[in-house]
Design a protein around this ligand. Structure first.
Ligand code: CP
Length: 473
């Protein structure tokens, strides 16, 4: 296994063993910063930041300079030809022909994947909208491991804006990969999106218990505990202990509390209004007096606004400035590995990575997420809607760019209708008939209108809504 010429778009792109190997190299580099200078001599990294950044951009650029490489930067989309309407794919091809590696931050979810698809060089996602921020997650995990020695079996609380926090979305899967338990403390209305929770349990196993079944005493504590994810390696499986008292679980203490700011730049108008009316809870000394926080690492990807009291900065439990500082050796190790300046021994994974059949057609549904690059990018011939078929019962498709999922209402089979208009029929996706369609022959529709606009007629396996007597025609 090698990391040379690979891209890092989501945290799933790295296995457990690869992350461990990267941390080992980051340790070596942190211990001998001045000795790394020749490693990337002659290499050029493009640092493209089309959203504001202090830590990620400057730590990547510092990392490359410390490795002896060079950096070119575009930190304002308005100063690039994207502002003239150039496609991300064209930009990626051109920049890829200038440099050895691209680091990109972009407001559209999935934009970094498009750059990776077209640039021909390793690409690192430095944050794509509300989707993921995998290198932040690397330094978060690195910090927890350094302080607690392991991640396995730890209880990590995620607090604040869990809906739009891209650092949260990457961290959830990384924690599951490392066998940690997760406590979800969202600001009400900013809960983790459903498609992320579905992927968590589908791909990492374990159990997710939502707030309704949680112990009422736990719900009243501090701020609402909305859900709990128990790793499959946990000795306290909820299914085996239906009356488990979450308070008992929490009494042993929370190992880390990961705080996030409200991501106002992604809020809808309604969310902005709510944010102005309701106070965003603050993590401060008073809150951390509680017994379960005695040995809790207080983490934050930064920048903070008002959600994390400055009085905590001198508290030995506070990790956020250490996290930011550790971004440099972690990113140095990543750059060196992707550019082949260093190689590490990576053990073979016990279980192969999960793969899914891909749904790709020139017509049919687009991603339901309006912030997805496949919806925003006007050059659709470069960014075609494409989905992973992650489940057949119920039929569930997941966008390959932003990972939002949807369940199509209706389906047809290319096998049965091709060339025979009389049999060009569509069926309810939940019907037994639909299940007979082989994945490679699937045609999916969001609505019966979509199916009929493409010339498909309803089969008898379509649930027809009957008009009630007396209702207007
Ligand atoms: N943590 C983080 O992504 O910070 P910046 O937005 O300053 O890069």
């Amino acid at each position: 296994m090698t990391l040379v010429n690979r891209s890092l778009i989501t945290i799933d792109d790295l296995s457990y063993g690869e992350i461990e190997a990267l941390f080992k190299l980051a340790d070596e580099m942190a211990g001998a910063m001045d000795e790394q200078h020749g490693l990337c001599r002659g290499k050029i990294m493009a640092s493209l930041f089309f959203e504001p950044s202090t830590r990620t951009r400057l730590s990547f650029e510092t990392a490359m300079h410390r490795l002896g490489g060079n950096v070119i930067t575009a930190a304002d989309v308005g100063a690039t030809s994207l502002a003239k309407g150039e496609s991300i794919a064209d930009m990626a091809k051109v920049v890829g022909s200038y440099v050895d590696m691209i680091v990109i931050r972009h407001p559209w979810e999935g934009a970094a994947k498009v750059v990776a698809d077209y640039s021909g060089v390793p690409v690192i996602n430095a944050g794509d909208g509300g989707h993921q921020h995998p290198t932040q997650t690397l330094l978060d995990l690195y910090t927890i491991k350094k302080e607690k020695k392991t991640l396995k079996g730890l209880k990590i609380g995620l607090w604040g804006d869990l809906k739009y926090g891209r650092t949260i979305h990457s961290l959830i899967f990384a924690l599951a990969k490392f066998g940690a338990n997760i406590l979800f403390y969202p600001t009400p209305g900013l809960e983790v999106p459903e498609h992320i929770l579905e992927k968590l349990t589908l791909e990492y196993g374990g159990e997710l218990e939502k707030h309704k079944s949680l112990d009422p005493a736990a719900k009243e504590k501090l701020f609402p505990l909305d859900a709990i994810y128990l790793t499959p390696s946990s000795p306290h499986q909820l299914a085996m202990m239906p009356d488990v008292n979450i308070q008992v679980e929490l009494k042993t203490g929370i190992d880390a509390l990961y705080v996030t700011r409200p991501q106002k730049e992604r809020f809808t108008t309604a969310e902005k209004g709510k944010e102005l009316r309701e106070k965003y809870p603050v993590v401060d000394k008073k809150l951390l007096k509680s017994k379960e926080f005695r040995r809790t690492l207080v983490m934050h990807p930064l920048p903070r606004v008002d959600e994390l009291a400055r009085e905590l900065d001198a508290d030995p439990r506070s990790m956020y400035f250490k996290q930011a500082a550790r971004g440099v050796p972690v990113r140095m190790a990543l750059i060196a590995l992707l550019l082949g300046a260093k190689d590490v021994a990576i053990p073979q994974e016990k279980a192969p990575p999960i793969t899914y059949p891909v749904y790709r057609r020139d017509y049919g549904p687009r991603c339901p997420n309006p912030r997805c690059v496949s919806v925003q990018e006007t050059e659709v011939k470069y960014v075609r809607p494409e989905f992973k078929v992650v489940n057949r019962r119920p039929l569930t498709l997941r966008c390959i760019y932003c990972e939002h999922g949807f369940e199509p209402e209706y389906v047809a089979s290319s096998d049965w209708h091709e060339g025979k208009t009389a049999t060009k029929k569509y069926h309810s996706a939940a019907s037994h008939w639909a299940r007979k369609i082989r994945t490679e022959n699937l045609i999916v529709f969001r609505s019966n209108k979509d199916a009929e606009s493409l010339g498909f007629k309803p089969s008898r396996y379509v649930k027809v809504r009957h008009r009630r007597k007396g209702t207007p025609k």
